[in-house]
Ligand binder design. Structure first.
Ligand SMILES: Cc1cc2nc3c(=O)[nH]c(=O)nc-3n(C[C@H](O)[C@H](O)[C@H](O)COP(=O)(O)OP(=O)(O)OC[C@H]3O[C@@H](n4cnc5c(N)ncnc54)[C@H](O)[C@@H]3O)c2cc1C
Length: 381
């Protein structure tokens, strides 16, 4: 196979099974990838050909879980969710068969795998589409967190060309060496931006963000796409409470609400993360895959770290109050960001007809609910 490459999942702090491979066909711009690979290992290998598939914002996340959840990352507005680049998957189903699934072969199962999580079998290989993407204009931009800057950031992200995807974390500034020490611990907008196109056009697209306030740090620069995944601290697995909802809009009042709630918590780390969606992701019809929230313009995720089981209930209370205060839009969930939330939240990830269709697929491919240690869709809804 021309341009074929097998990698063993290096360059990640997370242990990867030695047998995990990536078979990349650079000429066809496709890759067969085994789920032991991380997003970082896949992206690094594909990057050597100037090619990319979009995953999330973190190198150490496994391609298995993120793909089955949907996959919202740095290319979401340009190329859609990870599942929008999923061409086929091989799955071992509950009855022990190894099935090839795509839009022609077991199409209902392939539909369910694209967003329905680990409910339908064990995926042994994914086939992804790759996009030419040698360079991006990307990196971190840190701005002071005021209601005007937060609302302005969201408005700029919505008005930006689809090449630009953004993730804005409103949080207490970590003690980063390149931030003035008097900013450490103060609420900031710590944003990661990725412009997947020519740098000059990217600089123009970024101008409205830089004009919101004098940046506290501006690390945005032309870089190879894999550099969007900086090295991570090995072995850091904080305990956290998380709640995602989808917002219709985010103006100054909602931004002020966000700041108030972040100020009232003493969690060691608390974050409100705003991802402006739209673009390629929104052009795929909501019924085309099991990821049901494509029409939502903004995904908001609130996170509070907890020190252990003892302070978790308090953190949960804060989280529930925060999510409720945001109050508009759709309290839909994203499977990738669910924890031990219970069946009601799983339902919210798959509203209406999506749930009914997933239950039908489950009844057909896993009627005894063998695959139940997950965000479970039972065979009888
Ligand atoms: C630090 C961090 C950052 C994140 N950032 C993003 C982001 O930017 N965008 C985003 O969309 N998500 C993001 N996520 C969420 C992430 O997509 C989910 O946590 C995902 O489940 C992780 O997958 P995994 O394979 O690493 O985990 P695992 O724990 O291995 O898998 C999670 C679940 O997925 C299912 N699964 C995994 N592999 C298979 C398989 N081969 N066959 C069948 N089922 C399988 C199983 O149900 C399993 O329990 C992030 C998570 C973390 C921890």
């Amino acid at each position: 196979m021309l341009g074929s490459r097998r990698v063993g999942g290096p360059a990640s702090p997370r242990p990867v099974p030695a047998a995990s491979t990536l078979e990349l066909d650079a000429a066809a711009r496709t890759a067969w990838a085994e789920p032991g690979l991380t997003a970082g290992a896949y992206t690094t290998a594909a990057g050597t050909y100037g090619l990319a598939t979009g995953f999330g914002d973190t190198a150490s996340v496994g391609i298995g879980g993120i793909t089955l959840a949907g996959g919202v990352g740095y290319l979401v507005r340009k190329h859609g969710l990870t599942i929008d680049d999923l061409l086929a998957a091989e799955v071992v189903t509950a009855d022990g068969r190894l099935l090839h699934t795509d839009t022609q072969s077991h199409p209902e199962l392939f539909w369910a795998l694209r967003g329905g999580g680990g409910n339908f079998g064990v995926v042994t290989r994914f086939q992804f589409r790759l996009h030419p993407l040698a360079q991006v204009l990307g990196g971190m931009l840190i701005l002071p967190a005021t209601p005007q800057v937060i609302a302005g950031f969201v408005a700029a992200a919505q008005a930006a060309p689809e090449e630009l995807s953004t993730i804005a974390n409103i949080m207490a500034a970590p003690p980063l060496a390149f931030l003035p020490p008097d900013q450490h611990g103060r609420l900031v907008v710590l944003a990661t931006l990725c412009y997947a196109g020519p740098a000059a056009a990217g600089q123009r697209a970024l101008a409205p963000f830089r004009a919101l306030a004098a940046p506290l740090a501006d690390q945005v620069r032309p870089m190879p796409y894999p550099a969007m995944y900086p090295p991570e601290e090995a072995g850091v697995h904080p305990s956290a409470v998380v709640h995602t909802r989808f917002l219709d809009h985010l103006g100054g009042d909602a931004a002020a609400t966000i700041l108030e709630h972040l100020q009232t918590s003493d969690a060691p780390v608390r974050v409100a993360q705003l991802r402006v969606l739209g673009g390629a992701m929104a052009r795929v019809p909501a019924q085309a895959t099991a990821f049901a929230h494509r029409g939502s313009p903004i995904m908001a995720t609130v996170v509070g770290f907890s020190q252990g089981p003892a302070d978790k209930p308090g953190r949960q209370g804060w989280l529930a109050g925060f999510a409720a205060a945001l109050g508009q839009g759709d309290d839909g969930a994203y499977t990738g960001f669910l924890g031990e939330d219970g069946s009601a939240r799983v339902h919210q990830a798959y509203p209406g007809a999506t749930w009914d269709r997933l239950v039908e697929v489950k009844a057909r491919y896993d009627p005894t609910n063998l695959f139940r240690h997950n965000h479970n869709i039972p065979a009888a809804g």
